[in-house]
Each structure stands twice: as structure tokens, then as C-alpha cells.
Write a new protein. Structure first.
Length: 168
């Protein structure tokens, strides 16, 4: 699914492959700032995550993946990657886990959360909003997600091969 504050059809309906965006109310404009002069977009992504949770389609999948629009993402490669990973750990997607994609902590171009992790996130987002409110003007959404997962007890698995970023 694609979440946006603009309603549009993506794809080519003539070929039966199109999808309407899921509307997120409010502006998606954010400004840089904070400790690392990055996008201070936590409040925007909280609205988007709430839309994802309300939509409920994450319950029908093993993993939920948040990708930045400028990230190159190959779903079939990620699917093989996470399936191998779960098998090697003798786990299933109902286990609350997220993949940490960078040595410095999860970076925002791609965030990967298991179905169990999403359920924990949905149950405890209110707590994260309250506990982490002071960080909204310091860090971006990736730090919010990482800190929220820690608060909620969602297990972190380091997987630094998910991103190809120079800082990772």
C-alpha cells in the first residue's frame, strides 16, 4: 500500500495493476533540524503508522516494510532474505521483532517489522508517543521507531546487509 495526503491511482488500470493511495490527513511537509539536521518527520510518520495499523493489512503479511520513495526496493529479495533469517533463528513472523539495518541504529530508507512486532507497535504506540514526545524536535522517525520498539520490548535483530549506505 502507498500512504499519501493526495488521492491518486498508481499503476496502470488497463493492465489490471493499479492501486489507490490510502489517505493520511494533514500535511506531509517537514523541515530539517535537530541533533543531526535531518528531517524532523516523526509526527508525520506517527500519522502514517496509525493509518497502517488502522488499515490492518499488516495482519495478512509476515512482514511490514516501510520504504522511502527514493529507495530501491526489491520485495522478492527481501522476502527470501527474511525467510532465511527466521528459519535460522527457529522463529516465525508472529514473534515481535524488527530488523536493525545499520550499526548506528535503524535508518529510515527501509524499516522492516514482523507481524508480531507490528501488533506490539499497535498496542503500545500511545505509550511511545507519550514517552518519546521530547524527541520529536531532535530526531527523525527512524529514531522514534527504534526507541519505541525498545520501550515495547520488540526484539532487535541486527542485519546490516539490508541497506547500502555509506554510514552503515
Amino acid at each position: 500500500r502507498v500512504f499519501s495526503n493526495v488521492s491518486m491511482e498508481l499503476g496502470n488500470p488497463g493492465f489490471g495493476r493499479s492501486e489507490k493511495t490510502v489517505i493520511v490527513p494533514g500535511s506531509l511537509v517537514c523541515h530539517p533540524g535537530g541533533l543531526y539536521y535531518t528531517a524532523l518527520n516523526t509526527e508525520i510518520f506517527i500519522r502514517i503508522w496509525k493509518g497502517v495499523l488502522k488499515d490492518g493489512s499488516y495482519l495478512e503479511t509476515d512482514w511490514t516494510v516501510k520504504c522511502d520513495p527514493d529507495a530501491v526496493f526489491m520485495p522478492s529479495r527481501l522476502r527470501q532474505h527474511v525467510d532465511r533469517y527466521l528459519r535460522s533463528k527457529h522463529m516465525h513472523s508472529g514473534h515481535p521483532v524488527y530488523l536493525n539495518n545499520c550499526k548506528d541504529g535503524t535508518h529510515g530508507p527501509m524499516e522492516v517489522v514482523s507481524r508480531g512486532g507490528m501488533q506490539a507497535f499497535g498496542d503500545g504506540m500511545w505509550l511511545c508517543e507519550a514517552e518519546l514526545q521530547h524527541e520529536f524536535k531532535i530526531y527523525g522517525e527512524d529514531v522514534f521507531l527504534r526507541h519505541c520498539m525498545l520501550i515495547l520490548g520488540v526484539e532487535k535483530f541486527d542485519d546490516f546487509s539490508l541497506l547500502f549506505e555509506t554510514v552503515c
